[in-house]
Write a protein that binds this ligand. Structure first.
Ligand code: AMP
Length: 600
């Protein structure tokens, strides 16, 4: 199947003159760096441990704490009232040592999983990095998840320790504790000396912790991070990442985010998702830069205030947030002194060309889109500080990354001949975006699901599940998802999880869930419901079902819209045809999946 989408001409290329940039970019000559880059050289920029061992926390914290950056702010937490709590690299080393020591005292072994269910608070960073120091595995959960997604992930990941707040524990976990057989310890960060039954006081444990001693020396292939992500069918998938991934965090921080030693960096991603770990914690700390953390939710005035008052130089954010700022108007940005800002990047969902160009109006800087996913562990395709921007394009592959477009047949399957995937060589032909395996932050498995992992690799390539095209000059353009997964406000949502929850309601016979376009969130979740005999469609039932889903799944995952239908479209074998639901919703001809795929 060949779907050709000509490059948009409405948006002129934004040209850059490196001589006029605020600092000399780390990547000035893309072609040269791409041709000469070697992962082994990047690895040599890291400190490492004796005998070729490694620990992400050593690269991110301890080596700076022992060097000339010890007194520099590693993290700056902006509280609700605007006041700031700064934590230096030396203090962060001490806090994380203490948490590692707490884990040892609790009998947590290497490789065991420590989960967090927290907002952007200091305890999150202590937990993540202290866990890595001890050689245990860190797994963040999204605090807007309801009890079902939280407990399902704790169960699938065999979480032994959970660090959370009193309120999140009581609302999401306490009632389900009985089913969480592996969960031995729950630590409440706001216990204030009076933890709930069967929980411990995080702050008290940290205060009493003895010195940890030597950081765990890990093999580069040892598991460090577990990130749950959603597929079209089945349960959430736990993507396994290793300590050696830090080489990719370092390289992408250098080239895609253009981090320099004196930067003040702000990543707005929620810590419950992979960006919040790879680029909210690890990459900036590895580069020894100061990271700003906003403890509150997004609000335009607050965000502009933070950019100005914290003198943020590099800002990594997301299309939904940028669209919200754009709605508030560029004048709001211009009322603040944003002169420190020199580089703006975005990730997680398609970035409209309008927003890229709006950056020029609001900040005097374009927005640099980049692309990656939970499985890749780090940025794979990016627009670079010194490189011209083609608005709407995700950019070009990172040095060290081989990307390609794999041809798809009529059924949407990758074309493989003689064991090798057929690569699209013509420009602007849509196929599946693929990456050559072997980069350090590539996921090493889906937890306990070897077959699902193996299916991601076809004919020598890792298939990303995204449809894309490459133009004649090597720039990549996102076209759409190759599957039914929904991206709402940057969060990946598996339709199956939502359908399964709705099916638990007594009135629901069948449920089909899709993403429908939304101006700000990109997509929102919509459910189509077939009722059981004896139930009547009504506004009250619609509200009840949405409320039912919210309670179990949380507001970020539950459907925002819900429609009753007489019958859901199905295949002969009884599988719900979500694509048809989507085509109908968008008013497209029913068999026309190519238009569907091209539609963003
Ligand atoms: P996640 O694994 O939750 O980080 O989601 C990864 C998915 O988000 C990708 O497979 C894409 O579908 C989407 N995505 C990430 N970055 C971009 C981007 N720059 N443009 C379009 N889609 C993106």
């Amino acid at each position: 199947m060949k779907v050709t989408t000509p490059a948009p001409t409405r948006w002129p290329v934004i040209t850059k003159d490196p001589a006029h940039l605020a600092v000399i970019p780390n990547l000035v000559d893309y072609d040269r760096t791409y041709a000469t880059f070697r992962w082994a050289d990047e690895q040599r920029t890291l400190a490492g441990l004796a005998d070729g061992r490694v620990n992400i926390a050593h690269e991110a914290v301890d080596r700076h704490a022992r060097g000339d950056r010890a007194g520099r702010d590693a993290l700056r937490f902006v509280r609700a009232d605007g006041s700031v709590r700064a934590v230096s690299f030396a203090q962060l080393a001490d806090e994380t040592d203490r948490f590692a020591s707490v884990l040892r005292r609790l009998g947590v072994q290497r490789g065991e999983r420590v989960f967090s269910l927290l907002g952007r608070a200091p305890a999150l960073y202590t937990t993540a990095l202290g866990t890595l120091k001890h050689g245990a595995v860190f797994c963040p959960l999204f605090s807007a998840f309801g009890p079902e997604p939280v407990c399902q992930r704790l169960e699938l990941g065999s979480g032994s320790v959970l660090v959370t707040t009193r309120s999140l524990y009581l609302k999401r976990v306490a009632d389900e504790r009985g089913r969480l057989h592996a969960l031995r310890h729950v630590l409440l960060v706001d216990a204030d000396g009076a933890p709930e039954p069967d929980t411990l006081d995080f702050a008290a444990l940290i205060a009493e912790a003895p010195p940890y001693g030597r950081i765990a020396a890990m093999d580069a292939e040892d598991m460090a991070l577990l990130h749950f992500t959603s597929g079209t069918t089945g349960r959430p998938k736990g993507a396994v990442h290793v300590h050696g991934a830090v080489t990719a965090h370092s390289a992408t921080g250098r080239y895609a985010l253009d981090l320099h030693p004196d930067d003040i960096y702000w990543c707005t991603a929620d810590p419950g998702w992979v960006t919040g770990t790879s680029y909210g914690i690890i990459a900036p700390l590895v580069h020894g830069v100061t990271t700003v953390v906003d403890e509150e939710e997004m609000e335009p005035e607050r965000w502009y205030g933070i950019l100005a008052e914290q003198h943020v130089t590099v800002w990594y954010t997301a299309p939904t947030a940028l669209r919200m700022l754009m709605k508030a108007g560029a004048d709001r940005a211009r009322e603040h002194d944003l002169s420190s800002l020199r580089f703006v990047a975005s990730v997680g969902e398609p970035l409209n060309p309008e927003v890229v160009v709006w950056g020029l109006e609001a900040f005097g800087l374009p927005v640099h889109d980049n692309w990656w996913q939970t499985e890749t562990g780090g940025i794979m395709i990016s627009n670079y500080a010194a490189m011209d921007i083609r608005p709407g394009s995700m950019g070009r592959p990172l040095p060290g990354i081989q990307a390609a477009i794999v041809a798809r047949d009529q059924t949407g399957s990758p074309v493989v001949r003689g064991g090798a995937a057929e690569l699209v060589t013509d420009p602007d032909v849509v196929g599946e975006l693929a990456l050559e395996p072997g980069w350090p932050s590539m996921f090493r498995g889906y937890l306990d699901e070897d077959e699902r992992y193996r299916r991601c690799f076809v004919g020598g390539w890792y298939l990303t599940g995204d449809l894309a095209r490459r133009d004649a000059d090597g720039w990549y353009w996102f076209v759409g998802r190759g599957d039914d997964v929904i991206k709402s406000a940057g969060h990946l949502i598996g339709p199956f999880e939502v359908e399964s929850c709705l099916l638990e309601h007594e009135a629901v016979a069948e449920a089909g869930v899709i993403g429908v376009p939304d101006d700000v969130a990109g997509e929102v979740v919509k459910a189509f419901i077939e009722l059981k005999p004896g139930y009547e469609a009504s506004d009250a039932l619609q509200r009840e079902l949405i409320g039912f889903a919210r309670k179990r799944l949380g507001t970020a995952v539950a459907p925002r819209r819900l429609e009753f239908v007489a019958a859901l479209p199905k295949t002969r074998s009884g599988k719900i045809l979500r694509r048809l639901l989507k085509a109908r919703e968008l008013g497209l001809p029913e068999g026309d999946t190519s238009t569907l795929e091209a539609g963003r």
